[in-house]
Design a protein around this ligand. Structure first.
Ligand code: FPP
Length: 266
């Protein structure tokens, strides 16, 4: 959700005004997900590096997260959205931590949309956390005998509730990953957009999905048509071979071939 600060600065407003508008944009995007067939959405709201911003901005953001959760807890629950927060939450204000626990518990059985909010989240931190978790699970095992596979690591990630993302959209004109979901993005399609997050609309989301649907996802393989094998329009994900990614889908009533969109922010 990149570009809130610049959006506000260009209008002669304080940066937090941009974050408030960014929160409105987020609401519009969450509401539009079911219509696009998106079943998992991850938004990057705060990185460990963001603590280095002014105390004014950091405190205002922490307050905004609490205000947002309080204001939308009812709607998210009614709309059957499961809310999960990923990241190192022990550094977040205690009240925010309690609020996160409440909303996670309240919505834990919902399946219409899984909304992951990355808060104090860093991709490298997540990998270190996953390795520590795996080692703790096998405390008594000799190092050489550790039964550690890609699946074990994926299961130890904070985001173990979600499949790997199909599509990452980064707003605000930057073209990098900035330590976001480094493991999970291995085969994700990337879309970079110039518009600032408060200007990002559900129509823009639709256009990004259309771009995604125009891409051929080969997961490192040769397309069957170029290999003398008849195409059945499907290939399987390397990282999760049980998930089939359809190569062609229509955008009329777009069900994403596999449906995890991600918004990056930092
Ligand atoms: C990045 O833009 C955005 C953030 C650090 C905060 C994102 C927070 C919201 C959209 C508020 C609502 C979110 C939730 C989860 C309730 P930036 O400040 O880096 O913008 P810049 O690149 O223009 O400086």
């Amino acid at each position: 959700m990149d570009g809130n600060g610049r959006w506000a600065t260009h209008r002669g407003k304080p940066r937090i005004f941009g974050h408030q508008q960014g929160a409105k944009s987020l609401t519009r995007i969450i509401r539009s997900c079911p219509e696009y067939g998106i079943t998992h959405l991850t938004v990057y709201a705060f990185s460990p590096e963001n603590w280095h911003r002014s105390a004014l901005e950091v405190n205002a953001l922490m307050r905004l997260f609490q205000i947002y959760l309080r204001a939308y807890m009812g709607e998210l629950d009614r709309e059957k959205v499961k809310v999960r927060v990923i990241g190192e939450r022990s550094r977040l204000p205690n009240r925010l931590q309690r609020m996160i626990e409440t909303i996670e518990t309240k919505t834990k059985n919902h399946t219409r949309l899984v909304l992951q909010v990355a808060l104090n989240y860093g991709g490298r931190d997540e990998l270190v956390h996953a390795v520590k978790t795996m080692l703790a699970r096998h405390q008594d095992t000799q190092t050489q005998a550790l039964p550690l596979s890609q699946n074990d690591l994926a299961a130890a990630l904070w985001s173990n509730d979600c499949p790997d993302p199909d599509l990452l959209i980064r707003t605000g004109g930057e073209m990098r990953l900035s330590n976001f979901m480094l493991w999970q993005l291995a085969y994700t399609e990337l879309v970079f957009l110039p518009q600032y997050w408060p200007d990002f609309t559900p129509d823009d989301l639709g256009q990004a999905i259309a771009q995604f649907q125009g891409r051929e996802r080969r997961f490192g393989r040769i397309h069957p048509e170029h290999n003398g094998i008849e195409s059945n329009n499907t290939m399987q994900s390397e990282s999760n071979p049980n998930r089939t990614h359809t190569l062609e889908t229509t955008f009329g009533h777009p069900r994403l071939p596999s449906t995890h969109a991600v918004k990056d922010s930092i």
